[in-house]
Write a new protein. Structure first.
Length: 61
């Protein structure tokens, strides 16, 4: 989604509230770390999308 919007990782970090290590975005995108819900929320705000758009989960019933 970040790439589709033409936003660099550094720009994304700049748009996020609070401090986040720029390398953490790389680790999140590569699946090497699990972000907190709050971090996902901050990413969604910076990308100007709903949090649910970042999370593609199908719940089994």
């Amino acid at each position: 989604m970040r790439i589709q919007k033409g936003i660099s990782q550094a720009d994304l970090v700049g748009k996020m509230r609070g401090e986040i290590d720029p390398t953490n975005i790389s680790r999140i995108e590569a699946g090497r770390t699990n972000p907190t819900v709050y971090t996902l929320y901050r990413i969604s705000e910076a990308l100007e999308v709903k949090l649910s758009e970042l999370i593609d989960i199908e719940l089994e019933q």
